[in-house]
Design a protein around this ligand. Structure first.
Ligand code: ARG
Length: 470
């Protein structure tokens, strides 16, 4: 037992429960049941929730003013003590969970009045309140980290408005695009993730405190005031649901999994673009790793970890959904499993996002390699579009240009190297065609000028639109 400075003779360790038991839990039971190693990070929220609860039950007539003051001061002292705890102090604490720990320390700091704090409250509404409060902070931090990555993508896009590169479908060269357009293509999914995060946040910000164990609180606490004190936006409407609802955890884990999935797609593009076969990008020394055996290696480990961590993030989502499926109504101890997944998703992304943003911000795009990868075949659609403008139905134009591509392949040259005579065989419209213009990637880009297209003006508007959401 840790002796406190203010109470040299601390009262015996209070028990949260146990009156009806003749024996202590078995060590095996305790090891399985204890959640303190995971939920210890909720101590600030537990203290804040307890202070708000003390005020609520004081206003409901459960505490005298003097008792209320002693509890507030005691909780302040608990917070000050925990603030100073070292890793060793935390390892030495053997309480069942963070709520038991805070209550034990409160006994040490405030004496017997500590036993009044839990009036009308259960760990069931308490843990739901603590974790929602924690999640509100975590959501804000995650949003900021995702925004940083969007900024990095935007900076690269602005630097590469004039760089042409291939776009791919089926991993085959498709049509030329600006590199800016490619960078931005990875910023928009993140914009949707941030939207989802904001919507999920509304459902996180619902106060469960005051639901008791399951049936509600028998003392006249003002839950609307509690909600305002703690910074929630709404009050839960059904106590049975409130203590068992972890939809919000599943939603946050979905958003986390979606961010992970988006990072993994960006990462996969960059791993490929960084390989010698492509050579489109070179990662900075600070975001590359070497090989212990091959001296020449320069590996994109941050990108590979981004791809790998997506598996873990998706695992956390499927884990919580599986825990929730089939649970009977009300609180069940299964729900204790929610926090490890929740914390892991946020910790994983908080480690991953800055490294991905740093990788993107510091990578060098090789404009020559990008441009060199745009071959004449990638302008086949533009040739077909030319015939369409001359009145040919698109299907026919597609077939005609397809024949040109086949002839080029059979001849062993690229389409733009074919004799004009061969173009004329395919269609008389090619008689006065400006072939140099038709085979110009810049012209191909410029033609796609509508909203969302890759033309320089459209990309300029796209950048402005992205700036709006940043
Ligand atoms: N450690 C528990 C959890 O995380 C707190 C709630 C426990 N409630 C109970 N009735 N045993 O869910």
């Amino acid at each position: 037992m840790i002796a406190s400075a203010t109470h040299p003779d601390p009262p015996p360790k209070p028990k949260l429960w146990g009156g009806r038991f003749a024996a202590e839990p078995a060590p095996e039971m305790d090891r399985l049941n204890r959640s303190l190693p995971v939920d210890l990070r909720l101590w600030r929220e537990d203290v804040a929730g307890s202070q708000a609860w003390a005020s609520a039950i004081a206003a409901a007539g459960v505490l005298t003013h003097a008792e209320w003051l002693r509890l507030q001061a005691g909780l302040d002292a608990v917070a000050a003590r925990l603030e100073g705890w070292t890793a060793d102090d935390w390892r030495a604490a053997h309480d069942e969970d963070v709520h038991s720990l805070v209550e034990r320390l409160l006994y040490e700091e405030a004496g017997d009045v500590a036993g009044k704090l839990h009036t009308g409250r259960s760990r069931n509404d308490q843990v739901a309140t603590d974790s929602r409060l924690w999640a509100l902070g975590a959501v804000a931090r995650l949003d900021a980290a995702v925004r940083e990555l969007q900024r990095a993508l935007l900076e690269q896009a602005e630097a590469h408005r004039g760089t042409v590169m291939p776009s791919y479908t089926h991993m085959q060269r498709a049509q030329p695009v600006s590199a800016a357009h490619w960078f931005l293509s990875h910023a928009w999914p993140l914009a949707r993730d941030r939207e989802r995060l904001g919507q999920a946040r509304d459902r996180v910000a619902v106060l469960p405190l005051g639901s008791g164990a399951v049936a509600g609180c028998p003392f006249p606490v003002d839950r609307v005031l509690l909600k305002e004190t703690l910074g929630f936006h709404a009050v839960s409407r059904n106590s049975i649901d409130a203590v068992a609802d972890r939809d919000w955890v599943a939603e946050l884990l979905f958003v986390g999994a979606a961010v992970g999935m988006h990072l993994s797609r960006l990462a996969e593009d960059l791993v490929v673009f960084g390989s010698q076969e492509w050579g489109f990008v070179r990662f900075s020394d600070r975001f590359s790793t070497g090989s212990s055996l091959m001296p020449q290696k320069r590996n994109p480990d941050a990108m590979e970890l981004a791809r790998g961590k997506a598996g873990r993030l998706i695992g956390n989502l499927t884990g919580i959904l599986t825990v929730l499926k089939g649970l009977p109504s009300g609180y069940n101890k299964d729900l204790q499993e929610d926090k490890e997944a929740l914390f892991d998703t946020f910790d994983t992304l908080q480690a991953l996002l800055p490294a991905v943003a740093g990788t993107v911000r510091t990578l060098e795009l090789n404009a020559e390699r990008c441009a060199a990868a745009v071959d004449a075949g990638m302008l086949a659609t533009d040739l077909a579009d030319f015939l369409v403008r001359r009145g040919m139905p698109f299907r026919e134009a597609h077939g005609a240009v397809g024949r040109l591509v086949r002839t080029a392949e059979e001849t062993g040259c690229s389409v733009d190297e074919l004799d004009r005579a061969i173009f004329l065989e395919v269609s008389p419209h090619f008689a006065d065609a400006d072939l140099a213009h038709l085979f110009s990637p810049a012209a191909s880009l410029a033609a796609r000028a509508g909203i969302g297209g890759t033309a320089p003006d459209a990309v300029r508007e796209q950048i402005a639109a992205l700036r709006q959401v940043l």
